[in-house]
Design a protein around this ligand. Structure first.
Ligand SMILES: *Cc1c(COP(=O)(O)O)cnc(C)c1O
Ligand SMILES: [Zn+2]
Length: 405
């Protein structure tokens, strides 16, 4: 007997065929449901292992001892007292996912998803991507010796991510359209059996992303933060992190659950609107726009799960402006030494809003997930930095320029 099954999030039926990407009965999304009775883990065992995705192998839906891995996860959970003070919360930790092998949390999903692709005998893996999914998949496909096909919204992918996808040897197709259009096409190719799909409709990928929650709990000595704040695009990550906390509680490793907060950009906020209006599903936005390209998504496929996570946990969702995002990005860099890409900084900008609104209280502990590395998008940063004029290598001139008198 396996320690997991695939469960439909719409009709609740379960299946044991790992090649499924939708419920064969109702077309709903599938999620990995762990059989908690079949899993034996305890805190002591987990603590003895080096932190990372595969430290939690009993909770991952694969059977191989030989995963496609580059040491993903094990990212820092950094205390940020200066920002905590400024934002008005008791404690703030940043879970900095930019420290993953290709620079975003997508690697947690891909190590599991590509391992499953190999298990299933796939030859071509594919994704639509705002950038980081393609960078990650291209790297893991290269490592596994698979062909990688990538569809990107033309002209809307940050330079670093594009460089990664191209350089790892993916077949890259820019699409005249946005992410949602590209995803619709690649889902079609997957249904025709031409490619194995690794977008966040893939339940195995999202299982890997649950390890963000597992790691946060272990890093906090199995204490659970009051609130977890996550940037939301396609809404897979916030759903996965919530499920991760549910897993740990079901296994008796933690007692409490955090409230989950989603943050979107003003120009791409279908989840926020659904939360504000108390709806169970979203109204897609055909024309999303934001400087935070990683969350420039108008029709998040995991919306139903994310809305459930936010509601069941007692959380909320907020939108932030591009200006707030860029200011938060700079603040994190200059006050705490953490350089993240714009989408990631949305979590910090969102926290400010949530504290102001009284959603998060001054005596509470907060974890903000920063999803990707700042070097992914150097262009946006250089737009706001002035490149200084060169001077001669003369100590006096240089002292003057540095303001050292
Ligand atoms: C993918 C990504 C997101 C959005 O995650 P979803 O699971 O699509 O909600 C946010 N930030 C960064 C940097 C990403 O790469
Ligand atoms: Zn179903």
């Amino acid at each position: 007997m396996s320690h997991y099954a695939l469960e439909c999030v719409e009709c609740g039926r379960t299946f044991s065929d790992d090649s499924l990407l939708r419920c064969p009965r109702c077309g709903g999304l599938l999620e990995v449901a762990l059989d908690y009775d079949a899993i034996e883990v305890d805190r002591r065992t987990l603590e003895r292992r080096e932190l990372g995705v595969w430290a939690f192998r009993e909770l991952l839906p694969v059977s191989t001892d030989d995963p496609v891995t580059m040491g993903e996860g094990g990212t820092g959970l950094h205390p940020c007292p200066t920002l905590a003070d400024e934002l008005g919360v008791r404690s703030l930790h940043v879970k900095n996912e930019g420290e993953n092998p290709t620079g975003s949390f997508k690697d947690r999903g891909m190590t599991v998803g590509v391992t499953k692709a190999v298990e299933l005998g796939a030859e071509v893996v594919a994704c639509a991507s705002t950038g980081n999914t393609s960078a990650s998949l291209a790297a893991y496909a290269a490592r596994a010796g698979l062909t990688c096909a990538v569809l990107l919204p033309a002209g809307k992918v940050a330079l670093g991510k594009l460089a990664q996808a191209l350089f790892h040897g993916a077949r890259v197709v820019p699409v005249d359209g946005n992410f949602d259009d590209a995803l619709a096409v690649v889902r079609r190719l997957a249904e025709e059996g031409l490619v194995y799909l690794l977008n966040s409709v893939n339940p195995f990928r999202l299982s890997g992303q649950r390890t963000i929650a597992y790691e946060i709990c272990r890093q906090l000595g199995w204490e659970v933060p009051d609130a977890v704040v996550v940037p939301v695009g396609n809404a897979g990550n916030i759903s996965a992190i919530w499920q991760g906390f549910l897993d740990l509680r079901a296994l008796g490793l933690i007692d409490e659950l955090p409230r989950m907060y989603g943050v979107q950009a003003e120009g791409a906020r279908p989840i926020v609107d659904a939360v504000l209006e108390g709806r169970e599903d979203i109204e897609p936005d055909p024309d999303p726009e934001t400087v935070a390209t990683a969350i420039r998504i108008g029709n998040p496929v995991n919306a139903v799960k994310a809305l459930r996570a936010i509601r069941c946990s007692g959380g909320w969702a907020v939108a932030v402006t591009d200006d707030e995002i860029l200011r938060a990005q700079r603040k994190l860099a200059t006050r705490e030494g953490i350089f993240v890409e714009p989408a990631s900084a949305a979590s910090i900008a969102g926290l400010r809003r949530l504290v102001e609104a009284g959603e998060i209280e001054p005596d509470e502990s907060v974890v903000c997930v920063t999803t990707g590395h700042g070097l992914k998008d150097p262009e946006i940063v250089m737009e706001t930095c002035e490149l200084p004029e060169p001077v001669e290598p003369d100590p006096e001139r240089i002292k003057e320029r540095l303001g050292l008198r």
